[in-house]
Design a protein around this ligand. Structure first.
Ligand code: GRF
Length: 215
């Protein structure tokens, strides 16, 4: 129960799949208690069903305000004893209602080295800006977009031959190992937030090895 995850998606769900696979492989000690989507046709819902995970479609259009919607999602997650909420391509900004319901217990993955290139199409933004290095970031979620304390980051070089699509594909490969690793760190405890800084106690940092890094 204290390792119950709630994963929120809006689309493809490849990061959800990476979490499911890491758990199945024994690389991540956790359980996905529920997958929530705000879109009925999100392909990630099918991935969850295949893995025998409870899915929920909650339409934001059915609620009069962002806060009402967030309260409904929070209620569903609490009913399933979710300890850590993982945003995995969930295309909505969370209101304070949601953020305060799970203090320092909501994670997001973003396909750039934050604070560079927050928001949509981060890989294209990075490519168009001409940076030589980009990557992925897992961070705690606060009320601002792509802004909370950073748990883990991984770099990906930007090649002269890259298009936004090839860069996004290489970043995605890294996302799929970075997210389970970050979830493992957060679930294991032994960390604190000091201002904007996510800090691990020395003994905790030693006890959680990068679970299944492929490079
Ligand atoms: C990923 O690139 C993630 O970094 C961003 O949204 C995308 C979701 O992809 N937040 P998927 O649905 O996990 O395949």
């Amino acid at each position: 129960m204290d390792r119950n995850l709630g994963v929120l998606i809006s689309g493809r769900g490849s990061n959800l799949q990476a979490i499911i696979d890491a758990i199945a492989a024994g690389a991540l000690d956790a359980r996905v208690a529920a997958v929530v989507s705000n879109r009925p046709d999100a392909p990630g819902l099918e991935r969850a069903r295949r893995a025998g995970i409870e899915t929920m479609y909650l339409s934001h259009r059915a609620y009069p305000s962002r806060e009402d919607y967030d309260r409904a999602v929070v209620d569903e997650l609490r009913a399933r004893q979710v300890r850590l909420v993982c945003l995995a391509g969930f295309m909505r900004l969370l209101s304070p209602v949601f953020v305060q319901a799970f203090p320092n217990a909501i994670l997001n993955i973003h396909p750039s080295l934050l604070p560079a290139f927050p928001g949509l199409e981060a890989q294209r933004q990075a490519w168009a800006h001409g940076v030589k290095v980009s990557g992925a970031t897992v961070h705690l979620v606060d009320c601002d977009l792509d802004a909370g304390p950073i748990v883990l980051q991984r770099t990906v070089p930007v090649l002269d031959t890259d298009t936004p699509e090839t860069l996004a594909a290489r970043i995605l490969v890294e996302e799929h190992t970075l997210y389970p690793e970050a979830i493992g760190i957060v679930l294991s405890g032994g960390w604190r937030v000091d201002g904007r800084r996510f800090l691990r106690f020395a003994d905790a940092a030693r006890s959680v090895e990068p679970a299944h890094r492929t490079t």
